[in-house]
Design a protein around this ligand. Structure first.
Ligand code: ATP
Ligand code: MG
Length: 619
């Protein structure tokens, strides 16, 4: 569907038509991936305008990402329907920002950027630590705050007294800076609508029809606001799939679909059961995985398409091999006439993509990254290692020296480093009467000499294990409230990128080329045509591609180590399910066996593809 004009109703199946024809009152489409939920939203808007003559200005369409908004707008531009341009499309935050601006003197600068928000959170943690005289352990403060806000405020949400303290400290600092954060917009609009029925009424009159895509990822507060907006008219049309609820960390829950049917008992419920997207093999395989979740509405989903090719699972030795495997396979596809934009590479987090991206660079395959790319080699760990390597090569820059002299901590004092001392000899002179310090300096010099003789991979292992750098990192993580496992993951990535590099210099050069390429790519303004898509599992939601490569399907990656630790793997399974179900023709899943010298295991979700669903009771 798409192309020149509005598709005729005959292109839809009966259930889809039932949803599209829905005029007034609440309606919920609850259906699996590729069944045409987003298509139905588009079809219904056309129908509302053309058949029911609803003024397009009265239609509000909410989707989850700016990217989806763009896609949806594009779709309507193409239909050529008169007035389709006056429909309001937006994300929750985008729409509420617009509404708030009409009441408050709000400018974009007042909304905290990500980095500003992190700074405030860090300071808040310090405040609490000072008050309590204790350290706050490993904790993602911003995640906690976001979750609280998306749950509609503080009361009864977090029982943890320390969390409450941090939350208040954060709010205090934020207010003092005269700023609001992204999620405050939700709280502000909620309070505004409660306090000012006149303003609420105005918006209720303006948007008489509300449509929401990806409803399963609506947070509590987002839902409450939408309910207020829908008001007595109750013209609220939502489409979603509880199996694709993947924003639990932000306060969304698959239970929202249930809440809807309780809040709107008169709602028309439509279930779509035909998958138009994927080859039957893919529908069957993904179904097999998601059935392992207990917490879900059971669904039937059958494919219209033929079986197609079976899901291909590829075991590779390490990340370099995986990256090469994917790049070579994609190159083949392109040679056979497949367009780059018909292909996607999907991974758990942006940092997982580094190796594969550099393989694409080597193969000269054009690609873009939907999310902000993770600049692996500008991460402080990579910077530390580069500094060590440069020193080992005999390049003496004061910055490098200062950077690593106390990483790990060698207790070299600030005074010792004050003058232009960038040499071991100078330091020895400074500490001439302290033998234990001289020992430390000698040791460091010895380490540097050792590293200089090694390949980058060996040098990295030496740094990690022999100099105490890894222990330093673990301590550092504690001190800065960073996830220790994140840092270890980054170490794995860095280590893997060093294999096959002969010299320290070669690796440094490689990191420079990679980083520059990324920066060039980011300048190109998200122009996606003629490029392979690199997507996180979260970012892939709602999209579809002829060929999908799902990489790093390993325990610890997906399900993520944090999820395994917390025993929350159902959401991870949904994520994996979202990723699998993006593929139309062929899905290739790969996993590595070895990373940074450690064995890794294929994801349990990969194993679920092969295990019978109901193991016999006799076992
Ligand atoms: P997701 O849950 O992944 O967001 P969805 O339910 O929104 O999936 P769509 O993206 O709307 O599914 O549709 C999937 C594909 O099926 C699209 O390419 C769409 O054009 C096609 N499609 C939907 N309905 C029909 C139909 N009745 N006939 C033919 N193709 C259809
Ligand atoms: Mg969709």
């Amino acid at each position: 569907i798409g192309g020149g004009t509005k598709p005729p109703l005959s292109t839809y199946n009966e259930e889809q038509r039932r949803a599209i024809a829905h005029k007034n009152g609440p309606c919920m489409v609850l259906a699996g991936p590729g069944s045409g939920k987003t298509t139905v939203i588009a079809g219904r808007i056309c129908e509302m305008i053309e058949t029911h003559h609803i003024p397009p200005e009265e239609i509000l369409v909410i989707t989850f990402t700016k990217y989806a908004v763009k896609e949806m707008k594009e779709r309507f531009r193409k239909t050529g329907i008169h007035g389709a341009g006056s429909v309001t499309f937006g994300t929750f935050h985008g729409i509420y920002y617009g509404m708030l601006r009409q009441v408050y003197d709000l400018c974009a600068e007042q909304i905290l950027r990500e980095d500003e928000q992190s700074t405030i959170a860090e300071a808040a943690v310090k405040d609490v630590e000072r008050t309590n005289g204790t350290r706050i352990g490993d904790k993602d403060v911003l995640l906690m705050i976001g979750k609280v806000k998306n749950n509609g405020g503080f009361q009864g949400i977090t029982q943890d007294p320390e969390d409450r303290q941090v939350y208040h400290a954060y709010e205090k600092r934020k207010k003092a800076a005269g700023k609001i954060d992204f999620d405050d917009m939700l709280l502000l609009i909620y309070q505004l609508f409660q306090k000012r029925p006149d303003i609420l009424k105005k918006w209720q009159e303006r948007y008489r029809y509300i449509l929401i895509d990806e409803f399963q990822d609506c947070s509590r507060i987002q839902y409450e606001i939408v309910k207020m907006l829908a008001g007595q008219r109750r013209n609220i049309f939502v489409v979603g799939d509880d199996d694709q609820s993947i924003y639990g960390f932000r306060g969304a829950s698959p239970a929202i679909m249930k809440h809807f049917s309780e809040d709107y008992p008169e709602a028309k419920i439509v279930r779509l059961e035909i998958n138009y997207r994927s080859a039957a093999h893919i529908v069957a395989a993904s179904g097999k995985v998601i059935k392992n979740n207990k917490n879900r509405f059971p669904k039937d989903l059958r494919a219209v398409h033929d079986k197609g090719k079976p899901v291909h699972v590829q075991e590779v030795y390490d990340m370099a091999e995986e990256a090469d495997y994917v790049a070579a396979a994609v190159k083949e596809k392109l040679k056979s006439g497949v367009l780059p934009e018909e292909i996607a590479v999907i991974f758990r987090t942006t940092q997982d993509a580094a190796m594969t991206m550099s393989a694409f660079m080597n193969y000269s395959i054009p690609f873009f990254m939907k999310e902000k790319a993770f600049h692996l080699y500008e991460h402080f760990i990579a910077e530390d290692i580069k500094a060590y390597f440069r020193i080992a090569q005999g390049i003496r820059q004061r910055n490098d020296f200062l950077r690593v002299i106390n990483r790990p901590n060698r207790y070299i004092s600030r005074t010792a480093l004050e003058k232009e001392r960038t040499d071991f000899e100078d330091l020895r002179t400074f500490y001439c009467d302290k033998e234990w310090m001289i020992d430390r300096i000698d040791q460091m010099e010895e380490d540097i000499r050792e590293i200089a003789k090694m390949t980058p991979y060996a040098a990295f292992q030496y740094l990690r294990k022999k100099t105490g750098y890894q222990e330093f990192l673990c301590e550092y993580a504690k001190e800065k409230n960073l996830e220790q496992s994140d840092l270890l993951g980054i170490m794995d990535e860095i280590a893997e990128s060093m294999k096959k590099k002969e010299s320290l210099q070669e690796w440094i050069k490689y990191t420079d080329v990679y980083t520059n390429h990324l920066k060039e790519m980011e300048k190109e303004d998200r122009f996606t045509e003629g490029k392979v898509a690199f997507l996180t599992m979260h970012g892939a939601k709602g999209l579809e591609y002829r060929f999908v490569y799902l990489i790093e399907a390993e325990e610890g990656i997906v399900p993520h180590r944090k999820a395994i630790r917390d025993g929350e793997t159902e959401e991870e399974r949904r994520l994996f399910y979202v990723a699998m179900t993006r593929a139309k023709e062929q899905l290739t899943i790969s996993y590595v066996r070895q990373k940074n010298g450690k064995d890794v295991h294929p994801s349990r979700f990969v194993q679920e593809l092969f295990t019978p669903l109901h193991p016999r009771a006799s076992r």
